[in-house]
Structures are given as C-alpha cells and as structure tokens.
Design a protein around this ligand. Sequence first.
Ligand code: GAL
Length: 809
Amino acid sequence: MINRYFKILTSVTLLFMAVMSHAQTGRKVENFNTGWTFHLGDAGGAEQANFKDEQWRKLNLPHDWSIEGTFSKDNPATPEGGALPGGIGWYRKTFTVPQTLQGKQVYIDFDGVYQKSTVWINGHQLGFRPNGYISFRYDLTPYLKFGGQQNLIAVKVDNSVQPNSRWYSGSGIYRNVWLVSTGKIAINHWGTYVVTPQVSAAKATIKFAVSLKNSTGAKQSIEIKTRILDAAGATVAAFGTIDYQLNDTAGTHVQEVVLNNPRLWSTTNPYLYKAVTQIMHNKQVVDTYTTPLGIRYFSFDKDKGFFLNGKNMKMLGVCNHHDLGSLGAAVNMRALERQLEILKSMGVNAIRTSHNAPAPELLDLCDRMGFLVMDEAFDVWRKEKAKYDYHLYFDEWHTRDLADQLLRDRNHPSIIMWSVGNEIREQADSTGIAIAHDLARTVRQYDVTRPIVTANDRPSSGNFIVKSGEFELVGYNYHHREYEKFHETFPGKIFIGTETTSALETRGVYDMPSDSIRRWPNNKDSQNGVGTMNEDFTVSAYDNVSARWGSTHEETWKLIKKHDYLNSMFIWTGFDYLGEPTPYSWPARSSYFGVIDLAGFPKDIFYMYQAEWTSKPVLHIFPHWNWKPGKTVDVWSYYNNADEVELYLNGKSLGIRKKTGDDLHVMWRVQYQAGMLKAVSRKNGKVVLTRTINTAGAPARIELVADRKQIKADGQDLSFVTVRILDAAGNVVPDATNQVNFNLQGKGFIAGVDNGDPLSHDPFKANYRKAFHGLALAIIQSAGKQAGTITLTATADGLPAAKLILQAK
Ligand code: GAL
C-alpha cells in the first residue's frame, strides 16, 4: 500500500518536473506598481492617449495622497475622518506588452482604490467601482496593442465628497496593482476553493473545486491535476488527473483527496500546505495556480466556548482599522507584518478587519503568523452613518462586493468568521430581516464552512438582524454589563465579543489619583483633579477612562476570563488609527483607543495583556519617575509568573503587593522623591524579574534603534527606527519634546515620521519630528532595487548628532 502511494507520488512529481519548463507559457502575474504619473485634481480628457501629462508627478504605487496633505478641521473628512484632504486624483501609466502576449488573456487587478474609481485602457472605459475597499479585475485583452506600441491605463479616483467612511480612508490607488496574463484556457479569477470537511489527527479530507474559463470559443479537452505540497515543498497528496471536457465558455470541477497524518494549522503553529493546480491542454501545461491551504477545524459550543482543532481556547482579539499610521492607507507588507509582530508579542491571536474588506496581504500574514480572522464586509447597509457613505451604493453593489470579498478570501485558513455588518442601523428596523437573509444567502453561496456574524450595538432580543434567524453567533459590541445575561437574552445562541472595551489613553500621560473609573462623556469635568479629559487634550494612561458605551481593559478582560461561554473579545482597538479622536475633536485628529499608539509604541496597558495572554515572564511598572517633590504618585505594576512584587524607592522598601481575587494589577501610593524606583517580582521567594525606573535628567543625546538593520533592496521593505531622547545616564526623558531632524543618505528614503501624539499637526511625510514623551519614529524605505548602505543622521538643538547605518540587500 505504502509502495503504491509512493509510486503515485513519484510519478506525479516527475510529471510535474517535466512540465515545469512549459510553466512560462501559462500564467504570469506581474507587479504593476511602478512608473505611474499622478495629478491631484480633476483632469478632463486624461483618459486619452494624447493627453499631456509631462508635468504630472511620477510615483510608484501603492499611493495615498491624503496622508501627504495638511491637517485642517475644514477638510471634508472632518477630524472624525482624520482631518486630511480628499479630492479627485488621476493616475496614468504608459506601458508596452510583448508580442508574445498576443493571443493571451491580459487582465489588470486592483487590490483596492479609494474610492469611486473609473478605469480606462487606451481611451476605452473599463468600469466604475464605488467601494474603495474591494478588489477588482478588468479584462484588457480586447483593447491592448502589442509589441512596441504604447498602451495607456488611466484611473480617476474620486474621494471629494466626504464624510464617506468611518474612519480615515486614505485616497488613491492605495493597494497593489497586478498585470495578469493567462492562456485562453485558464483558471478563473479567484477560481479555486479548498475546504477540509473532515479533519482529525489521523487524516484530513481535502475537497478542491476549480473554476475554469475558456476563451478559445470552442469546446476543449483538458486535464486537471492538483497536488498538495507541504511547507517544505514536497508533494504529500495528489488528486487523480482528470480528463475534462470544457465547454466553450467555462467549467467547474470538484475533487476530493485524503491526506494522512495532516499537520494542523493553529495560532501557535500555523502550518501551511498549498495546493498547486495545473491545467494541461494538448499535453502542455497551460495554467499553474497555487492555492493556500491550512488544515484546521473549529467549533463553537454555547456553554464551553470556542475550540480550534478540538482544543478549547479564547479568541484574544483586536479590531484594527486599515491605516498604517504615518504611512496612511498605502499598503506595505512589512508595516502590516510589524503590526502583527507587536500584537503577537502582546498575546493577541485574533483580528477583526473593522469595518471593511482588508488588504489581501493582511490575510496572507494572518495565515502565516497564526491569527484567527473575522473578515468584515460592511459598516452600513441601506441606512447611512455618514452622509456620503456606502449606503448610496448598497442596493446596486452589495451582492457583487460581498461575493468578490468571499471569492477572494475564502481560501485563507486564518478566516473563521464572516462579518456582514458593523452596528448596522437596520438592527432597529424591520427591513433588517430581509437584508440579513439576502446577505446570508450570498455568503452561503460561496462558503458554508464558516459562521456569519454581525457586530451588534443593540444586542437585544428585539434586534431585527438577530431576529432574521440567520446567525448562530450573536455579536456584542460593548454592553459588557449584559454579558452575564447572554443565555437569558439569546437562549441557545453563541456569544461573540465582536467589539469590546473602548478605553482611552494617551501614551505617557498620568493623572492622579488613578483608582476610580471615569466614563466619557459623563465625567467630563475634573473631579479630585481627574476627569476623563484634560485641558491639553490628553487622557491619562492608567486604565481608568473609557467611553460611556464601553469599559476599561481590565473590566472587560475580567469578565471574559471568568466565563467559558464568553469565547472572545476584540478590543477596540489594537493600534490607534487616524480619525475618531474621541474624547475630543479638533485639534485631535487620531484615536485614543489603541493599546498601541499610532507610531507603534505600546501604551502601559499592553503589558497587562502580555502578562495575561502570554507565558513569557512580565514585570512592568509605571509611571515615569519625574515629578514635583512631595507629589503623591500611584505606581502600578502588571506582572505574571510570580506571587508578589516588592517596590523600593531609593533602596527603601515600599511594601510587597500581591494580586488577589481577580486583580490584574497592584498599586502603591507613593510620596515622590527623585531617584530610583525598583520593582522585584518573586515566586516562592526567588527573584523572577527586576525593573527599575530612574528620575531622568535633562536631554543629553539621541538614540536610534532600528527594528531591522538590514532590509531588502526591493523598493518596498522598511526599517522602523525608534528615536529616543536620553539623559546623560541613558534614561528616556519622559517629557522630552525635542524636535529631531533627519538626514538620510544612500539607497533609501524616509517613508514617514510619527511620535504617536494624536494632536500633532506636523506632516507625516517629513524629515523632522518632535519627540512625544521622549519618543519618535522614522520609517525608512529602501529606494529602488539597488543594494547599498543607508545612513540616517538625527540632530536636535543642543544635542550631539546620532547616526545609524542600515543595509539594503
Ligand atoms: C463602535 C464602532 C467603532 C468605533 C467604536 C469606538 O461603536 O463600531 O467603529 O466607533 O465604537 O468605541
């Protein structure tokens, strides 16, 4: 038996190797990001080949023009949308296609254009797409000129009428663009579907559907071969070769294979296989197509919670909005990966793509890095939230957009839920029932392997969306005081904490006393010197301020931790994002909700999660130790893997504290005295960790710390450089605001600067940044494909220059 299996594998491998040389004749996917011209403003006639664009700016995609703009409360996006400009923009690209492509199908794929894009090829209008978050394809074949002749793609993007999205949207061709060519017989766009209907440790049934397109105009005999490759590239299973009669337009074929001893995909070991499909015609490979495959199974139990591969676990999630801080909406693989790395180190294992279709790269990374994903489609249905939002297009476009999102995303093992709406207003309107049926039908047409959810801010039995009966899972946005009544409110249903928390913090700001909880906007005015809001538009970073509808981090986690049926939480939000500057508005322009600030610097609460959600030893103490003599300061500590923490000030013990009951932190109330604060955590009397904070002196130098000193010379890769203002002894100066000026030499450029301050109106695309609570960030991108050295020099008045050398390889 084993021999036979081996023989089959060997012959399939040999066959594959024999046909590899023909692979070039099949599909080709080229990145189409370079060499565009751009004009901000309308440009009538720019779709015509003879239009003169010599004066236009030359740039590479992805590109977000809003992030390059100037903050103003008068921009139509409003501070809720990030206060950056919108407008109309045009992109043009002239290109040639080799003669060898004649007789092939040629497509252009846009991963996302914000928003209302119209695309032309050689003056011919290909289409219009209003939804700025959706991916789409146009067929260029009938309009292309081959050989030396020039072709022109023109794209008009209209983000002039705002507000049209919550929150910052960005503007332009902000995701990747691809030029795809295939033969006349090929696998369709998003044309495969892989599911694993039965999975156990012993074996997995893999079901694979392939959808084919025939542009030859005649019936064709073809063969379909699909192999499953393991992570090392070895073939571990193969579907039998199928002789298939393709009719003159299209066809679909489904196959099944059993894989013995599958390695399962999980959040801790995200093992990935892939399915490689070849289409043969006249003994030639005419198409090769790779589909990601992760083998896992999951289930929900109304009482016991969520199970992945039979193991009970909680979804420890964050909601993330799509912007990448100072890079804006312009997608960048490394920037996304860095966000996920930071979240992983906090213990996060789930992401909600609030509130729109994400960049495809995010899903690839979640597959690879082991995050569960709630893939969300809509923030509105028919009823508006913002005057010009998607409700204007919902009736005409929602089925198409939802189908496209499902088709694009359904092979990602990371995705375990589809969310068809966030805080949809039809929850309170009987029309919600029919729309819920309609959306659920569309989802189930493309995928029946994952549950559908809506994120409800009205989680009551009167909710019309829930009443539709379409959803087994009931999503709760906030309403944490009602969690414990869940089974009474929704008998037999399964809870999902679709959106939780909504606490507010400014990194590095501490108001005393810290031990009473404030809700914005109720406790707007100062009480005992503390309110939710300060006159300088900051919010204290002790976890004691939340939005009225939400809860603090500790309040939420204590509840979720307590009950098995509370299977998940998705914190609003992992990272700060542009827009929604609750509790303020202008001059604030970005959010205060993140566990991590806009620049990617953790706020203190990050360490509470790290202590609770990871097994690595944690001891974190805060605040900083620069106060007025005699001030009463609350010192908090988050810790794990220890029985107690002892705090010392200048060598004198301030006492031992132990978490009791459901405590998540301990606190000392201390009369401030300059010097050294030291915390020691102990387990069974043995020291686990020690942390110190010193009173910092005046700024004395700049320190530059790169997350990676070597980056790829691919024009895309990034090094995130943290800038720290230190005193003479090497302590971060907590109130340092020095303006740091950057000079960059070599094969790179500054892609963005930031400091995490929601109030800064300095540009993100600049070669300077003020420190905020002692820190700033410079993002360095490799320029073009040339390898070489990148030298970053940072200067600030009165401080010696600091230098950092990076390599682009
Ligand atoms: C929710 C909403 C989010 C965000 C959040 C702030 O109601 O879904 O988009 O506004 O509140 O707490």
